[in-house]
Each structure stands twice: as C-alpha cells, then as structure tokens.
Design a protein around this ligand. Structure first.
Ligand SMILES: [Cu+2]
Length: 174
C-alpha cells in the first residue's frame, strides 16, 4: 500500500518538474548555432550604482565572438573578468569574449560578468529587462535578463575553475 502512495506522489513530482523545466527554458533565445540561456542579474538596491549580470552561451557550430551586451537599464554595460590577486579582487574590462566551437561561454558569479554601470533604477528581485547580445558572426540575439538571488551552490559548474570552493572562511590571520 505504501508503495502505491509513494509511486503516485513521485509521479506528481515528475509532472511538476516537467512543467517547471519547460518554463525555465522559455527564457532561452537563439540565432544560428548559438543559444543564450540562464540570463540573470543580481538584485541591486541603488539607482546610480552598478549591477552584475550573468549568462551562458551554448554553441553548436563554429567559433564566434561575443562583442558586447546591450542593456537599457544602465548607462553602459561592459564585459568584465574577475580574478583574485592575493586577497584583492580585480575586475578588468574585456573587449570581447570568445565563444569556442561546439562549446560554451559562461559568465557566472566569481568570474566573468556583465557590469551594468550607472543603473537607472534599482534591480529588484523578480524584475526582467531586455538585453541584446551582439556576436561577430551570428549577429544580435535578444534575450530577457531576470533579476534573482544567486543560487546558493555553484551546481555542476562547467569550465570555470573552482574559485568559490574551499575559500569559505576568510577569518584566519596568517
Ligand atoms: Cu565588473
């Protein structure tokens, strides 16, 4: 008897999951061999301040280059890299970002990000706004950036080194 109940519950869960999954992927946008997905920004409380956006570009074809991402929510938007030099976090403007052939370009917390400079209004959780990705070969892809909290764990992070692992406690003096 218990077995039956469990079975029907897990079926219901599977259905919910399927629906949720298809809603998530509705945010994806593509052109040619490129698909832009997982497009989101951190909430940011202050107009005039800066925000950070993230995304994944999946490529099923030849190599391309991301030239820029346009967003109206801020005065300008720049592609930035981030790295730790000792205890200091350094950001650098990137003129472009390569999209490898049959590979992925990942902008994620702790690494590359889209810097939204001079926000016209605060970015509130749940808000969405349009962004345009401009690629050297594929041209422009319009997508929707969603403001949300970062997921707590960098699950299954693809190719991004392991910046956030094992650096939890910064308290230890040396
Ligand atoms: Cu930055």
């Amino acid at each position: 008897m218990n077995g039956l109940v469990t079975l029907s519950r897990s079926t219901a869960f599977a259905l919910l999951f399927a629906v949720g999954g298809s809603m998530l992927s509705a945010g994806a946008a593509s052109a040619g061999d490129l698909t832009v997905d997982n497009v989101w920004a951190r909430p940011s409380g202050v107009a005039g301040g800066n925000g950070a956006g993230y995304f994944t570009v999946e490529n099923k074809g030849a190599a391309d280059t991301l030239l820029k991402v346009e967003a109206d929510v801020s005065k300008t938007a720049e592609l930035h890299s981030m790295s730790m030099e000792g205890m200091v976090m350094k950001m650098r403007k990137l003129d472009s970002a390569p999209v490898p052939a049959n590979g992925k370009l990942v902008f994620a917390p702790g690494g590359n990000h889209l810097m939204l400079i001079g926000l016209k209004a605060p970015l509130k959780e749940g808000d969405t706004f349009p962004v345009t990705f401009v690629f050297e070969h594929a041209g422009s892809i319009k997508a929707t950036m969603k403001v949300q909290q970062p997921t707590s764990m960098p699950m299954g992070g693809g190719s991004m080194g392991s910046g956030s692992m094992g650096s939890g406690s910064m308290g230890g003096m040396q």
